[in-house]
Design a protein around this ligand. Structure first.
Ligand SMILES: Nc1nc2c(ncn2[C@@H]2O[C@H](COP(=O)(O)OP(=O)(O)OP(=O)(O)O)[C@@H](O)[C@H]2O)c(=O)[nH]1
Ligand SMILES: [Mg+2]
Length: 471
């Protein structure tokens, strides 16, 4: 059911005080009438202006002083973002002008919009489904070509189309079963069991593919997690700063400088990486440092790529022991490990290079080794190319469907569990009504991603609370 809200909302859609112009957005039944009372137009009032037009006007304060000259765009329901009568008012980007205009609108009967409320209205008016509405925030926050592409595909409905195909298959299956239920007295099987099982396998595969796309989807949206680990004083924080090209983390020659993890993202050739500098690994009884080290280990296990920073000026046996410890924590089927021999110097060969090289090649042939100097920025470009190559195939097609949202992932997993129950039910010839119920649960899980059926207000509140005001 689509419905329109009764109150009229207003919010700045741009950040006042930055840039030359600001945009105020007004949506709801009073938008046009109220704007007529605030802005003085030459000629006919705004209420006589058709949708899709721009009008120039002036805003005067009660004492007759000119506040600003503005341009107003008129949208008439249902031809607007929200589906309601809407106004976009462009003024100069002064904080004073914007806040005064906001006051004028609020005292004329509008109220300040909540986060994402314009998009929420667009969803409620049936302008977009819920997954598209969620993609609006992703498009706004996308900061790499890949993240932009995935979010834009979701916004344009590519992802929703994929889900609808999935849901339609499930509905088709359910209807075959429902038919059987209608004739249950006669104990006939309308639905061919072999056909049902084949259809179920195809649908389950589709859901599995979507679920497993989350790893890449999440990496693209939030950055590929790269953990920088290693013994204390190896130069991990120096490396973070060098990679980011800024003094983000404190660097010192005191062992145990970094206590907590520090995360920063950086775009390398269109792929977003999330670098995580961690507390140096060593035996310690100090409570805070130990807590930091536990976090380092957790971050190491969650990363896609692990950079083990080794200090070439430290004793080789200590470095080898440290590496052994790191290698034992890496899951080579899901993670890549690069050993970075840091503090490498142009002046003079370092015998530790050979010792560590020999050790690494003796244990695991999937490990790559780089000689770098984080401080002198040597070998950093090679390291960056390696990181970029690790991700390889993110040359996404425009219509690549990836799951990037935890809510969607949970719903898909729930649907998948229901389908496993359906498969078990079919295999054990369970009563059709039980199997049909599992199928209905799977359908409602998929529909919840699109926001179909009944979407409770609490769910909507949770989804839109992270949107920006004005969107
Ligand atoms: N010569 C040289 N010194 C370096 C290099 N990288 C880091 N250092 C120095 O090594 C010391 C430790 O550097 P950090 O970056 O703080 O080391 P860390 O691994 O973050 O240390 P913790 O946070 O204590 O675990 C500092 O004095 C750095 O200037 C390098 O490439 N060459
Ligand atoms: Mg550090």
């Amino acid at each position: 059911m689509h419905y329109l809200e009764e109150d009229t909302i207003v919010a700045p859609a741009t950040v006042p005080g930055t840039g030359a112009l600001s945009l105020l957005r007004i949506s709801g039944p009073l938008s046009i009438v109220v704007t007529d009372t605030i802005v003085k137009f030459k000629g006919s009032p705004l209420s006589e202006t058709p949708g899709g037009r721009l009008r120039y006007g002036e805003v005067f304060l009660a004492d007759g002083t000119l506040l600003d000259t503005v341009v107003v765009s008129v949208y008439r329901a249902p031809h607007s973002y929200t589906g309601e009568d809407s106004i976009e008012l462009t003024c100069h980007a002064s904080k004073y002008i914007v806040s005064t205009l906001m006051e004028l609108y609020c005292s004329a009967g509008c109220r300040l919009a909540g986060p994402g409320e314009f998009t929420k209205r667009a969803f409620l008016a049936g302008k977009m489904d819920l997954s598209q509405a969620e993609a609006v925030a992703d498009v706004i926050s996308s900061n790499s070509a890949a993240a932009h592409r995935v979010a834009m595909n979701q916004l344009r409905g590519g992802y929703s189309d994929d889900l609808r195909v999935l849901r339609d298959h499930l509905v088709q299956m359910a209807s075959m079963m429902e038919l059987e239920l209608d004739f249950s007295e006669e104990e006939v099987e309308f639905a061919n069991r072999a056909e049902l099982k084949a259809l179920l396998a195809t649908i389950s595969d589709h859901i599995d593919r979507l679920i497993s796309s989350f790893k890449l989807g999440n990496a693209i949206k939030n950055g590929v997690p790269v953990a920088i680990v290693g013994p204390v004083n190896a130069g991990k924080s120096t490396l973070l700063n060098t990679l980011l090209n800024e003094d983000r983390a404190i660097v010192s020659d005191v062992a145990g400088t970094t206590r907590d993890t520090i995360e920063e993202t950086m775009n390398i050739d269109g792929v977003l990486f999330r670098f995580i500098d961690t507390a140096g690994l060593r035996e310690t009884s100090e409570f805070v440092e130990n807590a930091g080290i536990q976090r380092s280990i957790k971050k190491l296990s969650e990363a896609d790529i692990v950079l083990a920073v080794i200090d070439l000026t430290a004793p080789a046996d200590e470095s080898v022991a440290a590496l052994k410890d790191i290698v034992s924590k890496v899951d080579f089927t899901n993670q890549k490990l690069a050993v970075l021999l840091n503090k490498w110097s142009k002046n003079g060969a370092n015998k530790n290079v050979t010792i560590i090289n020999n050790f690494v090649t003796s244990i695991e042939n999937q490990i790559v080794i780089f000689e770098i100097s984080a401080l002198e920025k040597i070998g950093i470009d090679k390291l960056k190319s390696f990181l970029r190559d690790c991700i390889g195939s993110v040359n996404l097609q425009e219509d690549t469907v990836l799951v990037t949202n935890i809510r969607h992932l949970e719903a898909l997993k729930k649907a998948r569990v229901c389908l496993s129950d359906v498969a078990t039910g079919l295999a054990s010839s369970s009563p059709t009504d039980l199997v049909a119920q599992d199928l209905r649960d799977a359908i409602s899980s998929i529909s919840s991603i699109l926001g179909e059926d009944i979407t409770p207000d609490t769910v909507l509140h949770h989804i839109f609370k992270n949107h920006c005001i004005g969107k």
